[in-house]
Design a protein around this ligand. Structure first.
Ligand code: FAD
Ligand code: NAI
Length: 463
């Protein structure tokens, strides 16, 4: 036996590394096992951070090419240096992952480099060495879901990982799946010049989000040039020398057709990753969808083995994983933390952005909850007009009897930042009137939030 710890966390993504740091802050002796060459997990290496770097760079490109002239800014001819854009993305990732190494050193978290395997409760093997721990935390994240008939080679048929690494702008990119990844990376490559077609199985985009927002999102992205094939499934992909031939069929069944493209991005969701962890041997149960089964307090069925993040139930989001990491560490230290799953925002970082927290109108209807809706368009917001960014609206949903905020849905400029106020409002159990009576700076986009709150009571001032 090499060494023993209070806690060994397996996986150094936002769930695992945050759990390790918080446990160390609370005085525990902590190790974190990571098999990737760098810390930070999917999010920092091949997810949140590189995708946001490319979204930012490609938006600058689109602004320079198509938007600045309207503001009276002449930039002459605009060129694309994709190699530089990709190199910058690499620099952003590298500085972030090194930051986690620094934090591990600062908090005295030991990084055990290699693949971790649970050999028995309280024991983890890494590179042939066995370590003991009072508590083992599974934070091994997720991987992209494969589609039968569509073989990924990460060159012509890519997941998000290959989709972040393309060295040339594809002539025609087909995205399978109209969710977070498809629309974010689809936006990146459309802005850089690709023709982009999104093939979605359902009759709408971002299925988990509010229906009205989904419809507006489709219209706005359509106006930007993205094409959609809804209610359609892909049944095969044949890679040839000059492109990929995709076979499409109506989702409900019917005549097949062929769609030719240069690159295919497969983005139909992610699934828990538990390969080579030794869960079966350790007796850790999975649920019907392959997620590590937990009891609502991160405990698996095996005492001393816990799980957090993408590998368990709930939205596959970095900040959800982080909240769970903190809560579990505090729980192991004898505290009584709580994660409010009703107040976790979701943001699609396209432009405009789409952001949501709490329940959708469809969810309220389905559970028979009476509600009042207040909506305010960015066309009536002075700051949005000054920016030249008037697409979208804020929509708030409040209990029809108590006025308590139940859901907030925004499509518009900086929606991902605006939603924070509403996540806080929901966390504090605020009413729509609380938001409406709060002074919001003028002229700011946040005034659209205040106006939507006033609209819940039928008294917006600027429409
Ligand atoms: P992960 O980040 O997946 O980390 C798990 C780690 O465990 C990995 O590094 C893996 O190598 C390691 N590991 C697995 N098994 C072992 C083992 N046996 N031994 C040692 N190490 C192991 N979420 C957001 O909130 N905002 C975003 O903008 C966003 N953008 C995204 C963009 C893309 C393209 C993708 C793919 C995802 C994005 N996500 C985003 C989702 C986010 O990345 C995940 O929700 C988050 O990373 C989950 O964190 P985690 O700690 O559970 O797992
Ligand atoms: P997703 O679940 O967001 O979207 C998948 C889409 O594919 C859905 O619209 C679904 O209906 C569709 N689909 C499923 N099977 C299909 C099929 N056979 N053919 C056509 N369409 C099909 O999953 P995505 O985009 O892969 O992202 C995975 C997860 O990663 C997200 O759910 C999210 O949790 C996380 N993520 C978060 C981001 C953010 O917070 N900004 C950005 C990127 C990813």
């Amino acid at each position: 036996m090499s060494d023993s710890f209070d806690v060994i966390v397996i996986g150094a993504g936002p769930g695992g590394y945050v759990c390790a740091i918080r446990a160390a802050q609370l005085g525990m002796k902590v190790a974190c096992v990571e098999k990737r060459a760098t810390l930070g997990g999917t999010c920092l290496n091949v997810g949140c951070i590189p995708s946001k770097a490319l979204l930012q760079s490609s938006e600058h490109f689109e602004e320079a090419k198509h938007k600045l002239a309207d503001h009276g800014v002449q930039v002459g001819s605009v060129g694309l240096d994709l190699a530089r854009m990709q190199a910058r993305k690499g620099e952003v990732v590298s500085s972030n992952v090194k930051g986690i190494e620094f934090l591990f050193r600062k908090h005295k978290v030991t990084w055990l480099k290699g693949e971790g395997r649970i050999t028995a409760p309280g024991k983890v093997a890494v590179n042939g060495e066995e370590y003991a721990a009072k508590h083992i935390v599974i934070a091994t994240g997720s991987e992209s879901i494969p589609l039968p008939g569509v073989e990924v080679d990460e060159k012509r048929v890519v997941t998000s990982t290959g989709g972040l690494e393309l060295e040339e702008v594809p002539g025609h990119l087909v995205v399978i799946g109209g969710g977070y990844i498809g629309l974010e990376l689809g936006s990146v490559w459309r802005r850089l010049g690709a023709e982009v077609t999104v093939v979605e199985f359902l009759d709408r985009l971002v299925p988990g989000m509010d229906g009205e927002v989904g419809k507006a999102f489709e219209r706005i992205l359509g106006k930007q040039g993205m094409k959609f094939r809804l209610k359609t499934k892909v049944t095969g992909a044949a890679v040839g020398d000059s492109g990929v031939d995709l076979t499409l069929e109506p989702a409900a069944g019917g005549e097949a057709e062929t769609l030719r493209c240069d690159v295919v991005l497969l983005a139909i969701g992610r699934r828990p990753y538990v390969e080579s962890l030794g869960l079966k041997e350790a007796g850790v149960e999975l649920d019907e969808r392959g997620r590590v089964k937990t009891d609502g307090h991160f405990a698996t069925n095996v005492p001393g083995i816990w799980a957090i993040g993408d590998v368990i139930v709930g939205p596959m989001l970095a900040h959800k994983a982080e909240e769970e990491g903190v809560a579990l560490a505090e729980q192991l230290a004898g505290q009584q933390p709580h994660v409010n799953y009703g107040a976790i925002p979701g943001v699609v970082y396209t432009w405009p952005e789409v952001a949501s927290v709490g329940e959708t109108e469809e969810q309220l209807k389905a559970r028979g909850q009476g509600y009042r809706a207040g909506k305010f368009p960015f066309t009536a917001n002075g700051r949005a007009r000054a920016m030249g960014d008037t697409d979208g609206f804020v929509k708030l949903l409040a209990d029809d009897k108590t006025d308590r905020l139940l859901g907030a849905h925004i499509i518009g400029p900086d929606a991902g930042t605006l939603i924070a106020e509403l996540a806080l409002a929901i966390e504090f159990g605020a009413s729509a009137e609380d938001v409406a009576r709060t002074s919001h700076a003028h002229p700011s986009l946040s005034e659209a939030v205040k106006e939507a709150a006033l609209a819940v009571d039928g008294r917006p001032l600027h429409i």
